[in-house]
Design a protein around this ligand. Structure first.
Ligand SMILES: Cc1cc2nc3c(=O)[nH]c(=O)nc-3n(C[C@H](O)[C@H](O)[C@H](O)COP(=O)(O)OP(=O)(O)OC[C@H]3O[C@@H](n4cnc5c(N)ncnc54)[C@H](O)[C@@H]3O)c2cc1C
Ligand code: FES
Length: 481
C-alpha cells in the first residue's frame, strides 16, 4: 500500500509505468525500485531458496544481501531492491539455480568504458560525500560511485533531527542533510557522479587503482585513480530464530527505505526486535506513517538507545519488553505471528512466558556490521574489533589502510553515526589528496580539526567504546587515536 500523507515527508512519484509480475500488469512509478513497486502491490515473496524452496522476501533494501533476487526480462539474480522499474519490464520470482537465457550475451571485458580521476570514492553516503567534497576542494579530480539510485546512503530515510553541534547539522533531519551534501557535490565541477553503479572489484595496475564497476546491471566501467576511498557503509545483522527467513522479516533500514524513501507501507502491525537507537527511531517513524507497533523486544536488561527516544516511544503507548527475545516467526508464505519469551539470567527463554503477537512484519534492529568485502579483496589487512561492529580494515589516524593509497571512512571503518562518518570522510578525502601531492600542506590543519571534533564526539558514553576499538586498530600501525 502506498502512503499519500505523512507529517514530514512529501512523496513526489515519477510517471506511471506498467510492469508485469508473472504476466500480470502492475502500476509502478519511474524512479522506484522493482521491489518497492511489488510491495506497493502487496507482493512480498520475491524468490524461493535453492534447496528447500522456502519463500524469501526483501531484507536489506540497499543491495547488500541476496534476498530480493528475481528474474527480470529473463535475466536472473537481479537485485530488485536497487534496480529501478522500466515500462514493460517482465518480472518473475526466482526458483532454483539461476540460468542465463541462451541468447544472453554478457558484456566483454575489452568493451569496458574507462574513466580516470585522481581519487575514486566508492559509496555516496555521508562518509563518501564528505570525502568527495573535501578531496575536490583540496584540488583533486574525483569520481564518486554508488550502487543505489540516489546519493545520501542511510541518510535518505532518516526523518528525525540529528543531535550534536550546529556545524555538524544538529537539528537538521537526515533526509535534508543528504540533500545539502548532494548539492555540494553537484556544485563541484571536479566531481563526477555515477549512480546505479556497483564496485565489484579493486585491482592494482602499476601506480593506479582499478575499480571495476557494473552500471545498471548492464555496462562494465573501469574506474582508474591513484587513490581510492572505500565508504561502502554497513550491513544489517540477522539473528537466529525459527523461520527467520519468512517474507515480512526485514532489517530496520529496509523498512525505512520502503516507507520513508518510496512511500510504501511495509505492513500494518509490527514487532521490533532491538531497543537501541535504530529500533526506537524506527518505532516512532512507523507510527508517523500510520503503522501499529505492537511492541519492542530487547534481550538486554535495559534499553540501549538514548533515553529521550525511549521516552517518546513509551509515551505513544509502545511497550518495551526488556529481557525478552523472539523465539519464532509463524506463517505460511509470509509473517502472520511472532512468538516472544522472557529470558533468564543465563539468556535462556523461560518456559511458560511465551507471548504471541499478531503481526505481519518483524523488524530486526539488532545492529550492523561493516561492509568490508572490497577492502578484503583488495588485500587490506583485516582485524576483528568487537567495539567497531566486527571485521574492519586496519588503518592509521589519517584513515589509510595497510594498502598504500586505499583509504576508508564511515561505517565501513567501524559502526558509528552519520556525524562521525562525515568527519572521517573529510579526513579521508583530504588525506588522499595529500598522499597524491595534490593538496597543499595547509590542509593538514583541516584534518587536525576534524580529528579534534571526532575525539570530542567520542568522549560521550556511546563513543567511548568506539574510541577503545580505534585504539586497538591504531596500536597495530603504531599511531594515536
Ligand atoms: C535507523 C537509523 C537511524 C540513524 N540515526 C542516526 C542519527 O540520528 N545520527 C547519526 O549521526 N547517525 C544515525 N544513523 C547512522 C548513520 O546513518 C550511519 O552511521 C551513516 O549513514 C554511515 O554513513 P556511511 O557513509 O559510512 O554509510 P552509508 O550511509 O551506509 O552509505 C554507504 C553507501 O555506499 C554504497 N555502496 C555500498 N557498497 C557499494 C558498492 N560495492 N559499490 C557502490 N556503492 C556501494 C551504498 O549504496 C551507500 O549509499 C542512523 C542509522 C540508521 C539505520
Ligand atoms: S540485496 Fe536486495 S534486499 Fe538485500
Amino acid at each position: 500500500m502506498r502512503l499519500n500523507e505523512h507529517p514530514i515527508l512529501k512523496f513526489k512519484r515519477g510517471r506511471e509505468v506498467t510492469i508485469y509480475f508473472n504476466g500480470e500488469p502492475i502500476t509502478a512509478h519511474e524512479g522506484e525500485p522493482i521491489a518497492a513497486a511489488l510491495h506497493a502491490a502487496g507482493i512480498r515473496v520475491l524468490n524461493y531458496s535453492n534447496n528447500r524452496e522456502r519463500p524469501r522476501g526483501l531484507f536489506c533494501a540497499i543491495g547488500k544481501c541476496s534476498s530480493c533476487l528475481m528474474v527480470v526480462n529473463g535475466i536472473p539474480n537481479v537485485r530488485t531492491c536497487i534496480t529501478l522499474v522500466e515500462d514493460g519490464m517482465r518480472i518473475e520470482p526466482q526458483r532454483g539455480k539461476a540460468k542465463l537465457p541462451k541468447e544472453a550475451k554478457p558484456p566483454e571485458f575489452r568493451d569496458a568504458k574507462g574513466m580516470k580521476a585522481d581519487i575514486v570514492v566508492i559509496g555516496g553516503g555521508p562518509a563518501g560525500l564528505m570525502a568527495a567534497i573535501n578531496a575536490a576542494d583540496a584540488g583533486a579530480r574525483v569520481v564518486l560511485i554508488d550502487e543505489n539510485p540516489m546519493l545520501g546512503g542511510q541518510l535518505v530515510k532518516q526523518t528525525h533531527k540529528f543531535f550534536g553541534k550546529r556545524e555538524q547539522f544538529a537539528g537538521v533531519r537526515g533526509v535534508e542533510i543528504a540533500k545539502i551534501l548532494e548539492n555540494e557535490v553537484r556544485k563541484r565541477e571536479n566531481v563526477q557522479v555515477f549512480l546505479e553503479t556497483s564496485a565489484v572489484g579493486i585491482f592494482q595496475e602499476g601506480d593506479e587503482k582499478l575499480v571495476l564497476g557494473v552500471r545498471k546491471n548492464r555496462e562494465l566501467i573501469e574506474f582508474r585513480g591513484r587513490a581510492l576511498i572505500v565508504a561502502t557503509g554497513a550491513m544489517e545483522k540477522m539473528i537466529p530464530f525459527e523461520n527467520n527467513d519468512l517474507p515480512g522479516i526485514y532489517g530496520a533500514g529496509a523498512i525505512q527505505t520502503l516507507m520513508n524513501t518510496y512511500g510504501v507501507k511495509p505492513g500494518d502491525r509490527v514487532l521490533i526486535v532491538g531497543a537501541g537507537n535504530v529500533g526506537l527511531i524506527l518505532a516512532y517513524q512507523l507510527i508517523q506513517a500510520g503503522v501499529e507497533v505492537k511492541a519492542i523486544v530487547e534481550a538486554m536488561p535495559k534499553v540501549g538507545g538514548y533515553f529521550v527516544h525511549a521516552a517518546k516511544v513509551r509515551r505513544l503507548g509502545v511497550p518495551i519488553l526488556t529481557r525478552h527475545t523472539i523465539l519464532r516467526a509463524e506463517g505460511k508464505e509470509r509473517v502472520e505471528r511472532a512468538v516472544v519469551a522472557q529470558l533468564d539470567d543465563n539468556w535462556r527463554p523461560i518456559p511458560g512466558t511465551e507471548e504471541v503477537f499478531d503481526v505481519d512484519v518483524i523488524a530486526l534492529a539488532v545492529g550492523l556490521r561493516p561492509s568490508i568485502e572490497l577492502l578484503h579483496q583488495a588485500g587490506c589487512q583485516i582485524r576483528y574489533v568487537r567495539e567497531l561492529g566486527g571485521h574492519v580494515a586496519v588503518r592509521d589516524s589519517w584513515m589509510e589502510t595497510t594498502v598504500r593509497g586505499i583509504f576508508v571512512a564511515g561505517d565501513t571503518a567501524g559502526i558509528e553515526e552519520a556525524t562521525t562518518a562525515m568527519l572521517e570522510g573529510k579526513v579521508a578525502g583530504i588525506s588522499a589528496a595529500l598522499r597524491l601531492g595534490i593538496a597543499e600542506e595547509s590542509w593538514v590543519r583541516e584534518i587536525e580539526r576534524a580529528q579534534r571534533d571526532l575525539e570530542e564526539f567520542r568522549s560521550g558514553p556511546f563513543g567511548r567504546h568506539v574510541a577503545e576499538g580505534i585504539r586497538k586498530l591504531l596500536a597495530e600501525v603504531g599511531g594515536n587515536v
